[in-house]
Design a protein around this ligand. Sequence first.
Ligand code: IMP
Length: 189
Amino acid sequence: MACTFFSHAVPEVVECHGERFRLFLDAATIQRRVAELGQEISRDYAGKRPILIGVLNGAFVFLADLIRAITIDCEVDFLKLSSYGAEKVSSGQVYELKKIDADIRNRHVLVVEDIVDTGLSMQFMLERLKAHEPASLATVALLHKAEATRVEVPLDYVGFRIPNQFVIGYGLDYGQLARNFSSIYVLEN
Ligand code: IMP
């Protein structure tokens, strides 16, 4: 197995592709914050039927929990961008691998990202989506590595601001593994 848990319940340490990661945000802490974000969005978008656009692959776990914390009518769509591949640092290159299907002209759009690191992916998406002339365009990021940001992007809803360290779990992968972890783990130095 390329990912190993060293204990049961919520393990303190996991190994993934031969590297050790320690517990950073446990599942209960993540769920509490996602519930708060859902409440805020429900309040801010009451009567607006927003469309949430999840960025594949990483955001699908967060988006799945977030929409169940939203108590107003909302729709969902996805787009897919190139990711880190098997690396732990951003290549700085962003490619669109799947476009959205929905017509977002005059719609209230919320882009949902698992993590904003350099900000290049979010900047790329916002430019693309603006061209469709939505009624409004806002951003949601579960995690924000503020120190790593190379381009300033407006972040309207942020779950947790985190240091510039590599994290996995809750949708975030290392070499395609660890997306299925309920908690988030950080690389041990
Ligand atoms: P950015 O374009 O540098 O902001 O990076 C955004 C994308 O990089 C995210 O959607 C993730 O797919 C990936 N990413 C950034 N930081 C991490 C990390 O710490 N772990 C896993 N993936 C990451």
